[in-house]
Ligand binder design. Structure first.
Ligand code: PLP
Length: 464
């Protein structure tokens, strides 16, 4: 096989790998494990051309011998192939393409994704949708902005949440991510800046980069959003677009209050910067307070993925009719609409109360909190009032090393670096509460063992 993908620079690969080193003697093994983690996560697709050994050694501040030994390991494991003159590139064991969504090893607990299973009412909704399908079969199946029934129900939900909305202001998409990609396509071009929170949802960062735009981070603080920081970026960097998650921010769990939303709306209007607000987690409110209203001046992207099931792949965009008309045109370059049956299923699910799911997730959140307090008492966190994840501060910068070690203890984990624009965030780890209490407890127990192994072998200073 020959290299077929893009080339990654030494500096970018170093940023992706984070602080990978676990000990002084295991350098090559740790580096190989860190590269493998990125391959399994889909950040280094098969075919990606790796930097030359010297370039990578310089970027990582290690010797070429260590790089050579790590590459030997990766070649032995079938993850890298090399040829004189062509360099080294990512490959898949046996020559097959590695699926980033590899099935979990039976005993491995996947703590890298915040993706709960389907709600219990799914089977009944599928049955109900089957009956509604009869009416649709005589039509073309191309639903344009989406099935009227579903758009009505999504619009009604916004009106209930305090933002009066008509079906004409709703477009059905294939998930929230799809909605964001559409907005990026419509509003940004190569080289444009996009304001993002730091940390933020990694796939959105990928989407910004894939659009050849430049993410400009504003760090979250111990009190939530840094409004002055946002204002400064608006003034100094002139971003074309901002992407924010104001409801149970992924990964920090913060929710912006009503006053913050109003302030944000004013700031963006003054700067004439468009805003996409990702409402993926908005319905997972585990507290009892009155929820702040959605920000009507923004482009809102939402989804059924967390509230009901990611397998539906149905989401929406809520925006002005004018913006939706432009988004519809941008969409023709990408796809021609969302599947009818799944839209019917979601329309049905929206008639059911969401209370059951929230109760289940609250129990999971509390079990995770108990487990962290029991097994990892030095890790600190703020209890989120909703969403799906606990953003934990570690006692030392070790997140990537912990994730690498966790893999050999049967836990897939998402290190903090994954949520940063240029890596970093090594003091943080995201722990989602999307498993049963029993599994979450076991995952944290294993993580505590992995953390102890990492702290017993503190990282080595780079070889200069
Ligand atoms: C903040 C955020 N946005 C978008 C998504 C993806 O949503 P969807 O499955 O609807 O594309 C996720 C999934 O984890 C998320 O956490």
């Amino acid at each position: 096989m020959n290299p077929v993908g893009g080339r990654i620079s030494g500096i970018r690969l170093a940023a992706l790998l984070g602080a990978w080193r676990r000990g002084t003697r295991q350098g090559a093994a740790d580096l190989a494990a860190a590269v493998e983690l990125q391959v399994l996560d889909g950040h280094l697709p098969v075919g990606t051309q790796l930097p030359a050994e010297r370039e990578l050694a310089d970027a990582l501040g290690v010797s070429r011998t260590l790089i050579g030994a790590a590459l030997d390991r990766l070649r032995e494991g079938g993850l890298v192939a090399s040829r004189r003159g062509a360099g080294s590139w990512i490959t898949a064991p046996g020559g097959d393409i590695i699926d980033p969504a590899l099935p979990e090893r039976e005993d491995t607990i996947d703590m890298s994704r915040a993706t709960p299973p389907a709600v219990p009412g799914m089977a009944a909704a599928v049955d109900a949708a089957r009956h509604l399908l009869a009416d649709e079969l005589g039509r073309t199946g191309y639903t344009g902005q989406g099935l009227p029934l579903l758009r009505e129900r999504v619009a009604a939900r916004y009106t209930e949440r305090g933002l009066p909305t008509t079906p004409a202001q709703v477009m059905i998409t294939n998930g929230a991510h799809h909605g964001f990609v559409l907005a990026l396509r419509m509003l940004t071009g190569p080289g444009d800046r996009v304001l993002v929170e730091q940390p933020t949802y990694p796939n959105s960062l990928e989407a910004v980069r894939a659009a050849h735009a430049i993410p400009v981070p504003v760090a979250m603080t111990d009190e939530g959003w840094d409004f002055e920081g946002i204002e400064a970026v608006l003034r100094q960097a002139g971003p074309r677009l901002a992407y924010l998650i104001v409801d149970f921010q992924n990964p920090t769990g913060w929710r912006m209050d009503e006053a913050g939303r109003e302030r944000l709306g004013r700031m963006f209007a003054r700067a004439r910067t468009s805003v996409v607000i990702d409402e993926t987690l908005a319905e997972l409110d585990l507290g009892n307070e009155v929820a702040p209203s959605p920000l009507g001046s923004a482009i809102l992207v939402g989804t059924s993925s967390k509230s009901h099931w990611g397998g539906l792949r149905i989401g929406w965009i809520r925006a002005s009719e004018d913006i939706l008309a432009r988004l519809s045109s941008a969409r023709f370059g990408l796809d021609l609409g969302s599947p009818v049956f799944e839209q019917l299923v979601f329309a049905e699910l929206l008639t059911q109360p969401a209370r059951g799911r929230r109760e289940e997730i609250r129990v999971q959140r509390d079990a995770l909190i108990d487990a962290v307090r029991t097994y990892c008492p030095e890790w600190t966190f703020r209890v989120p009032e909703g969403g799906l994840s606990l953003w934990c501060k570690l006692p030392e910068p070790m997140s990537t090393r912990l994730a690498v070690a966790a893999a050999s203890h049967g836990v897939q984990a998402a290190p903090g670096s994954r949520f940063g624009v240029n890596g970093g965030l090594e003091r943080w780890i995201r722990l989602p509460f999307a498993h049963s209490p029993h599994r979450l407890t076991e995952a944290v127990r294993r993580l505590s063992v992995a953390a102890a192994s990492v702290r017993d072998c503190p990282g080595e200073l780079p070889v200069t």
